[in-house]
Design a protein around this ligand. Sequence first.
Ligand code: XMP
Length: 505
Amino acid sequence: MMGVVVLDFGSQYTQLIARRLRELHAFSVIVPGTAPWEEICRHDPNAIVLSGSPASALDADAPLPDPRVFEAGIPVLGICYGMHVLAQHQGGVVAGSHGREYGRAQLTRQEGTLFRGLPAQLEVWMSHGDALAELPPSWQVLATTADCPTAAVLSPDGTRFGLQFHPEVSHTEHGADILERFLDVAGVPRTWNAEGIAQRLIEDVRERVGDSRVLLAASGGVDSSVLALLLVRAGVDHTAVFVDHGLLRHKERDEVEGALRGMGVNLHAVAAEGSFLRVLRGIHDPEAKRRAIGATFIEVFRAQAARLGPFRFLAQGTLYPDVIESAGSHGAAVIKSHHNVGGLPKELGFELLEPLRELFKDEVREVGRVLGLPDAIRLRHPFPGPGLAVRILGEVTPEALAVLRRADHAFIEALREDGLYSEVWQALAVLTPLRSVGVAGDGRCYGYVLALRAVTSLDGMTADWARLPHAFLDRVAGIITRRVPEIGRVVYDITSKPPATIEWE
Ligand code: XMP
């Protein structure tokens, strides 16, 4: 094989572990922490990582790995809770820690494989109340902190490691180096790269699809565009349907059509603005808007499928985080990233083709690069299926759409001009129904309040508001109020997620 199986016990950082390992070119898959050994073996791992958990190893009903994980002779790295269950199984003792180190801590390392070549002192990230009070027999300590004498531990045979801190979190200095040392010890092959993945995906698609026909819903976003390009490169008979619901951004339809056709995608664009605006008339409630758009999308798409079909496969740009989330691999609370409006129901009657289901978003972008996807699409910000409808608070009217489109375009264009577009994960404008007083020439006026939002994020699950330069925000406010006279006031959203979501709805 293969790489690393990450057993997930519900830590908020589990996906980060898998990402970090892949950044080190080791393939990793996330498997539910309590999965039977047979399921783990299916992946033929060279090493196993046990994630952290909101649970305590002291709880009677603590989720535990299959004991064969510890008996198979495969190298194991236990992180935080994972370290506690590993050590407990080997005869160590876990206790609720009185020091309760949370957040940053100073680690002092001793000699040993995991820290070879690293500084003697490292800042690390702690996030659990329990710690190892007694080592399993013959185990040794590799590192300590002021409050934790067992911050890193090692089994006598040198193949099982425990870390009280989180090497996968970016606040831990040299965290990736520590994970890399573990990969070295475990002899995990480091062959995971975009070229290899792209080649494998092309071959898989070719083999699975054969002479059958594939239908695809193209949105112009990076996932469905990479998927379309994959079908082109695999040389399979495909038809991409692009539904223009009239809720797109400035010139978006032209851009998407031009880019996809230019790549050889067999694209059918459907102008359905009228149908969508009709069903949205009079709707103010955000969920009702989403439902109306979702139902209309399916209706339009179904009609096109019937007209252009028959098809055997429906290709979907499902990504690894969606797979992990819907697998519900653990009991911990999961913040749903979005309600996938613009998605299609299972009962359309096609076989699903989901070639990207093993990949994270940044990997999809890398595969896109290898396949020759233009950067204009490859590095695009995410855009929600229901489009500008979730960025107009209140009723979606042609007038509101026109105002928002102009303002959004001004914002995005300015970000590009100042080289800030790629610095943020997503940027958007929101048209509120609020009007506030202003002065225009000699008179008073009541213009709409427009909110600008820009965030930094890894995957949209959590996000921080982007610290855009004041001079830039000043310039944008000036441009927008000049170009879009209906807008009287521009504000910038300084809320992170959580507690706020990225979209305003
Ligand atoms: P929120 O607003 O929930 O959004 O913080 C997280 C990310 O998801 C995007 N989003 C959607 N994407 N269909 C999508 O494909 C949707 O219905 C949808 N709603 C939100 C949002 O733009 C952000 O990137």
